[in-house]
Design a protein around this ligand. Structure first.
Ligand code: SF4
Length: 199
């Protein structure tokens, strides 16, 4: 599809916002960060890990320092947040920004699967190890899987660092350079209709 899914998405978002499968997270969250799909004209989806404090406060994905960096890097790659879906492996903030637990990821998995089914992206960028593991299995390391195009269910999945890591390691750090390269790869995939490995 080339248009956002509209009513179906809104109905799904309402169901996600009412979800209390993870009792610990549901008890302390301020919002459920469902994600956004913008105009979705390029059929690109970014998948991150979990809401942080600012996302939990606003209900929006990737705000604050990481979000600003992501927006800049998208722009540098000729992409735009307004045409891109931005989703998370889990939708509620883990206390203290800890890494999501396996049961929480499992609880939330059907929500992200349904979102991806509705959106049907051509290219997915997995941001960080938690997102990489969601697509490729829990034993992967970023070093093993980034820099390639993975065919997951017929979709091209590019794995890269999380923008928070890029911000943390600074302008001369490997994560920023890798993120820049990998978003450029995603843009090429969208622009050139390249096929992922195995197709
Ligand atoms: S993280 Fe996902 S599964 Fe857990 S309560 Fe939030 S929406 Fe539900």
């Amino acid at each position: 599809m080339t248009q956002p899914p509209g009513e179906e998405w809104r109905e799904l978002a309402t169901r996600i916002k009412g979800c209390v499968r993870c009792r610990e997270l549901a008890a302390v969250r301020n919002t459920v960060v469902v994600g956004e799909h913008g105009q979705f004209t390029r059929r690109l989806a970014l998948v991150g890990e979990a809401p942080g404090a600012q996302e939990d406060a606003t209900g929006k994905p990737f705000v604050g320092r990481s979000g600003q960096l992501l927006d800049q890097l998208l722009s540098d790659a000729g992409l735009s947040r307004s045409e891109t879906a931005v989703l998370g492996v889990i939708k509620c903030r883990p206390p203290g920004n800890r890494t999501p637990k396996a049961p929480e990821i499992a609880n939330c998995r059907p929500w992200l699967e349904t979102q991806l089914t509705l959106l049907n992206p051509r290219v997915i960028v997995a941001l960080g190890l938690t997102a990489a593991a969601w697509f490729l299995g829990t034993r992967v390391t970023l070093a093993q899987v980034r820099g390639a195009v993975h065919n997951i269910g017929g979709r091209a999945v590019v794995v890269t660092y999380h923008p928070a890591a890029a911000a943390r390691f600074g302008p001369n750090g490997k994560p920023l350079a890798a993120l820049r390269d990998d978003l450029a790869l995603a843009a090429r995939l969208l622009g050139e209709a390249l096929q992922p490995d195995g197709q």
